[in-house]
Design a protein around this ligand. Sequence first.
Ligand code: NAP
Length: 460
Amino acid sequence: MLRVAVIGSGPSGVYTAQTLVEQDPAVLVDVLDRLPCPYGLVRYGVAPDHEKIKSLQNNLRTVLEHERIRFLGGVHIGAGGVPAARLRELYHAVVYCVGAATDRHLGIPGEELPGSWSATRFVSWYSAHPDAVDDGFVRGARSAVVIGVGNVAVDVTRILARGEAELRTTDMPQAALDALAASTVTEVHMVGRRGPSQARFTTKELRELGALPGAEVRVDPAELALDPSYTDPSGLPAVQRRNVEVLRGWAAAPPRNTPRRIHVRFYLRPVELLADGGRVGAVRFERTVPDGLGGVRGTGAYEDIEAQLVLRSVGYRGLPLEGLPFDDATGTIPHSAGRVAPGVYVAGWIKRGPTGVIGTNRPCAKETVMSLLEDAPVLVRADVPEDPVAALRALGAQPVEWSGWQAIERAEAELGASLGRGVVKLPDWPSLRGAARGEAPRRSAELPDRSRASRAKHPA
Ligand code: NAP
């Protein structure tokens, strides 16, 4: 049997594991994750009000319950955890599917002022990531600026503009729900440095902003008209053409009297965050115009937009991994068809950068798996332990197995029931670890069916 460790249980890791067992009947896969919970950004990045995308967890679950795939949560690989070199001794091959773990920076003055945060930090907080801290994001804020016009910017804009009633039905942790319910933010400005036809958001996501019951979208037609494609979008690719059409509709709509407003702005490049009383008070933008090459140039005219909360949503970035090469310019690990070296592979965002939709990870994983299986004859060694879990424990790891994750799921269902909500996520390490050990109260009659199936595979 070929023993493979897949590091990371988000879509790229799970699709890698799935492709491995589909392509080769003699492969055993351990999917290791630093967190005790699986699913990566599907659990900790997809917005809580995107229930349909979140339901993809059910597909990922089916894969992780495959008889030749095992989930081992709570195992950190690298500095402070299991050394990467030791991991190589425990498995015939290792595939890193660790995503792009940090955010990109603007590199402008004032970026680090209190009240200015990366969008990923805000997303982690309302998604109950156990490393997230409550930065008081919306507390005391009237106006928020979101810098960037990608789908993450749309997500955080929407969450800021949604009312409590709509958020209550999600699995958002209670503290974040309470804070957002008390939010006094009435103006949300989502700002792009280029034009509407270069925005990175997709049309379905953009349209959702116009469907929020308590908020209206405002777009300045004069700003749209700076884009040469505005008057005739017919030459644009389909997504951009539809985006421009949606924006045109909003620009032509009369104002409504809603409690909150979303201002979608273009051709404004952030140059400085301005302080007010020791925290951010406004963002200074320079007006830009198209340069005729798809980029923009500054005009020397400036506009300040008031903001007590600034969310920088300018993309993710990969981090270097112990003992592996790293391309600092792209934030990715150099590879050839997913192969870093025989026995070491990459898939997902750490391989190709933070782009594409969840489904993009399927062909990406397949390419990597094909490289790995091509190498298989030279990878098989006799000195790989029968079961690496004992070795991982000896190295200080405390793996959370599938039954532990299921105990977390039960605890989250019970927490939600006690709050009169649906499932509510546990937001911190002690409660996740405690729940995984079965410390949370349980009522076995309420166990979901899927728990029973898996209990047979992984007896407690
Ligand atoms: P993204 O799509 O790369 O968008 C980043 C945005 O930041 C762009 O508008 C970019 O403008 C802007 N930007 C970059 N540097 C800037 C700077 N220095 N100053 C001002 N603006 C700057 O990144 P993302 O929104 O983080 O999304 C990452 C990936 O996740 C994407 O593939 C996205 O589609 C996906 N995602 C999908 C969903 C969904 O399907 N619902 C939800 C969330 C995320 P320029 O174009 O001018 O560089």
